[in-house]
Design a protein around this ligand. Structure first.
Ligand SMILES: [Zn+2]
Length: 54
């Protein structure tokens, strides 16, 4: 039940453009949450200094 709730709050979408990401990369946001960034928003994510998940 809680797993389902978590999925609701973590939609699989690009954290920047909010679209369904194509070839998403995983980054960590400023608040340490794992986020998805689509290919075309990667440069923007780099400028925002999101930490790449390694
Ligand atoms: Zn995007």
């Amino acid at each position: 039940m809680f797993e389902q709730l978590k999925k609701l709050f973590k939609p699989k979408q690009c954290v920047i453009c909010k679209q369904k990401p194509q070839n998403p990369r995983k980054y960590y946001s400023d608040w340490g949450e794992e986020v998805l960034v689509c290919e075309k928003c990667v440069p923007y994510a780099e400028r925002r200094a999101l930490r790449k998940k390694v």
